[in-house]
Write a protein that binds this ligand. Structure first.
Ligand code: NAD
Length: 254
């Protein structure tokens, strides 16, 4: 099966580091024109510089979002794929959580997804095709202690995805959310934890290894392609079995 993304225009938010940076590089490697959006970028040039252009954008700011989308359309003519990857992790028990931290989680994770989708949808409607892919999390389905703001915001992303899918379906635009599991990044510091703490987390996975950004990108490349034309309004689980069974470590004799 050929997942032909050559010359598609792909916008990836939060592409300055972490999973988003890999998603952007992988789409560029597929031959797409990639617009990488973030608050800031590392100084060194991108490996895939020829097909990857950086745009500074704060997804919580409607003016910044519209300016970035206008700049992308001015440069590439359209947007075929939008990956709403930008997100922040806010931790804290409900009894400790400040209103500002709660709001920050919703502003970036839900508000950013809303603002970017609202700005890009008319471009896709004009083209009569499009793909919107929204970063949710397994936490949208099974939250953990201290994840009220994050988990609730990611659950809201899943519900927003369903509404967008039905509102944009008449234009042939598909909208899906995806749920990564545990990818060690600066957001969570998994790789820097004590070995015993890492083991406790890995014991929750059927595949019992950390997820890589490429594990996520592989699924997004499929969801962005014509091969996924009949998939919309769903949450694609890319969590290595985080949501599959209660005690997967038993299969490893642990
Ligand atoms: P990360 O913190 O490494 O990267 C997030 C990027 O988003 C950063 O570059 C940051 O600058 C950018 N960003 C934050 N606020 C922004 C804003 N207002 N405007 C524009 N960009 C902004 O995180 P990551 O681990 O790569 O996670 C990427 C996405 O995947 C997030 O939505 C996250 O919730 C989701 N996710 C990650 C994991 C994981 O294990 N890492 C698991 C489930 C879901």
């Amino acid at each position: 099966m050929e997942l032909d993304l050559r010359d598609r225009v792909v916008v990836v938010t939060g592409a300055g580091r972490g999973i988003g940076a890999t998603i952007a590089e992988r789409f560029a490697a597929e031959g797409a024109w990639v617009a990488a959006l973030d608050l800031a970028f590392p100084a060194e040039p991108d490996a895939a510089a020829e097909r990857l252009t950086r745009f500074v954008c704060d997804v919580t700011d409607p003016d910044s979002v519209q300016a970035a989308v206008d700049a992308v359309v001015g440069r590439f003519g359209t947007v075929d794929v939008l990956v709403n990857n930008a997100g922040i992790n806010v931790e804290g028990l409900v009894t400790d959580l400040t209103w500002d931290r709660w709001r920050a989680a919703f502003d970036v994770n839900v508000g950013g997804t809303f603002l970017m989708s609202r700005a890009v949808a008319p471009v896709m409607q004009h083209a009569g095709r499009g793909r919107i892919l929204n970063a949710a999390s397994f936490a949208a389905i099974v939250p953990s202690v201290g994840s009220a703001a994050y988990a609730a915001s990611k659950a809201a992303v899943v519900q927003l995805t369903r509404v967008l899918a039905s509102e944009l379906g008449p234009w042939g635009i598909t909208v899906n959310a995806y749920a990564p599991g545990m990818v060690p990044t600066a957001m969570n510091g998994f790789a820097e934890m004590e070995p015993a703490a890492q083991d406790r987390l890995l014991d929750t996975l059927s595949l019992r290894r950390w997820e890589t950004p490429d594990d996520v990108a592989n699924v997004l490349i499929f969801l962005a392609s014509d091969a996924s034309a009949y998939v919309t309004g769903t949450l694609v689980d890319v969590s290595g079995g985080k949501l599959a069974t209660q005690i997967p470590a038993r299969a490893y004799g642990r």
